[in-house]
Write a protein that binds this ligand. Structure first.
Ligand code: NAD
Length: 485
């Protein structure tokens, strides 16, 4: 079988692992194995499934350093961020396990006598999952734990840039007691993912990645069969800074939001929409901080910013910066790739601030997925909020102000799935829904108490113990009829 290599983006000579390039036939086998294992799994009581998931959380917590080091090595995240990625999976395990002993549906009083009405949830069977590389432990956990709790089997196609992380995650699940065949990992590029999305044995497809890929996956998946398709896609996240904002806080938030994970988070801060009265000072301070960030091997404790994932990512980011300059933007710092000593062949991109950006510029509208902050100066609050909403994405936004009315007006007006006040666009917590509006998704939310919805179908149950035919909406006053008899 043809194979591919996963390499350390900071040291491309360091091969993390070699994996098969699976094809459609392998996906068939994986779906069949997961489906066979799912039948027994679905018979286990929900709290028993929850106990296994809690066990997986315990194993990941026990091995957190090992997981974190692999995330840093394979995905290029600095150690502290890699640890956060892993911690998210631990938190998700415990949160989802708790849901295994929580309400599983609703009971509703019937309009008729001697009749019970309730809802329950049933598994969809096998869930096909396609995941990106940038949260290589957290994102599989957001999908796999709720899918398992709901009684499903799983076939996951992780990013070709993070196969080892997914294998380690699946191994922790098996060690915790998940039946060996219940989680199937298939590897490769587009081919196995595309086959999974349209597989007739797959009851739900859960995709996280870029908008163009997500659109293809959703269109194909819906064309070939009735199934749940959930999409978590890109962002073009804005931070609005008002003239009364605490600028120390705004500088910290912008630097962390724009350059953390080398700008490669779906929630990275990509636009700074700032009032002209404070723009000069704010930008100067961000530029100074950005130029002081230490680029290096993410596994070195002193590194602030690691590489971008591939050379072609760096080229794409560079082309977007060049196009922004052509459209009239100015590079205030950064602007291109940089060499880092000891990391030959790695793709590092300098933390970049672009000033003079207009809302119609490409750099203000398209996801960069790299360490680039576009600064737009806008005076009025309403105008600033219009600029926030003027893009096709709707994932995350932040507003920095000390004016409570302005903050709450912004919370109301901003059309994104997540809004922060006086905090950066990154930093979601797992008990709350995560996802976005417009082209960022298709209405589903991951995490939170409703994170299970994409992996299960509600079933409404009516039990009539009256011993006679009762007709809803017609026999709406059965007791009165009884009295007249
Ligand atoms: P990507 O779209 O390139 O790849 C995602 C997955 O799709 C990978 O497993 C890839 O192999 C697979 N794929 C590629 N071509 C395919 C095809 N034709 N059919 C089916 N699958 C295919 O994304 P990426 O570069 O891995 O991740 C970055 C993107 O993910 C960014 O846009 C980022 O904003 C987004 N993202 C979104 C969220 C969220 O929750 N909203 C979270 C993390 C990342």
């Amino acid at each position: 079988m043809t194979t591919f290599r996963s390499v350390n983006p900071a040291r491309p000579d360091d091969v993390v692992g070699e994996y098969p390039q699976h094809g459609a036939g392998d996906v068939d086998d994986a779906v069949a194995r997961a489906a066979a294992a799912q039948r027994d799994w679905a018979r286990r009581p929900v709290p028993a499934r929850a106990d296994v998931i809690a066990g997986a959380g315990g194993i990941i917590a026990r091995d957190k350093d090992r997981f974190g080091d692999l995330v840093a090595r394979e995905a290029g995240k600095i150690l502290v961020e890699a640890g956060g990625d892993v911690q998210e999976a631990v938190d998700m395990a415990y949160f989802v396990a708790g849901q295994g002993r929580s309400a599983w549906g609703e009971t509703v009083p019937s309009e008729l006598g001697d009749k019970l009405c309730w809802t329950t949830r049933q598994p969809v069977g096998v869930v096909g999952m396609i995941t990106p590389w940038n949260f290589p432990i957290a994102i599989p956990s957001w999908k796999i734990f709720p899918a398992l709790l709901a009684g499903n089997g799983v076939v996951i196609k992780p990013s070709e840039h993070a196969p080892a992380c997914c294998e380690l995650f699946a191994a922790a699940c098996v060690e915790a007691g998940v039946p060996a065949d219940l989680i199937q990992v298939v590897h490769g590029f587009a081919e196995p993912a595309a086959a999974l999305a349209v597989h007739p044995g797959v009851g739900a497809v859960s995709f996280t990645g870029s908008v163009p890929t997500g659109r293809k996956v959703a269109a194909a998946a819906m064309e070939t069969g009735p199934r749940v398709v959930s999409l978590e896609l890109g962002g073009k996240n804005a931070m609005v800074v008002r003239p009364d904002a605490d600028l120390d806080l705004a500088v910290d938030g912008a630097v962390f939001g724009a350059f953390g994970t080398s700008g490669q988070r779906c929630t990275s801060t990509s636009r700074l929409i700032v009032h002209p009265d404070v723009a000069g000072e704010l930008v100067d301070r961000i530029v100074k901080r950005a130029s002081e960030l230490r680029l290096g091997d993410p596994r070195d404790q002193g590194t602030d910013v690691g590489p971008v994932i591939t050379g072609s990512s760096s080229e794409r980011i560079g082309a977007m910066v060049a196009a922004a300059v052509d459209e009239g933007a100015t590079v205030a710092t950064g602007g291109g790739p940089v060499e880092v000593e000891g990391c030959a062949g790695a793709a590092f991109f300098a933390p970049t601030v672009l000033t003079g950006v207009r809302p119609e510029h490409r750099i203000a509208r398209e996801e960069v997925f790299g360490p680039v902050l576009a600064v737009l100066e806008v005076a009025g609050l309403d105008e600033a909020l219009e600029v926030v909403n003027s893009v096709e994405y709707g994932l995350s936004a932040a507003v920095y102000t000390r004016d409570i009315s302005a903050a709450l007006r912004a919370v109301d007006a901003i059309d994104t799935g997540i809004v922060y006040v006086n905090a950066p666009t990154i930093g979601a917590e797992i008990p709350l829904p995560f996802g976005g509006t417009k082209h960022t998704g298709n209405g589903f939310r991951e995490a939170g108490t409703r994170g299970i919805e994409q992996f299960s179908q509600p079933k409404t149950v009516y039990v009539d113990y009256s011993g006679r035919l009762q007709k809803a909406q017609i026999d709406t006053h059965p007791l009165r009829e009884d009295e007249s008899a």
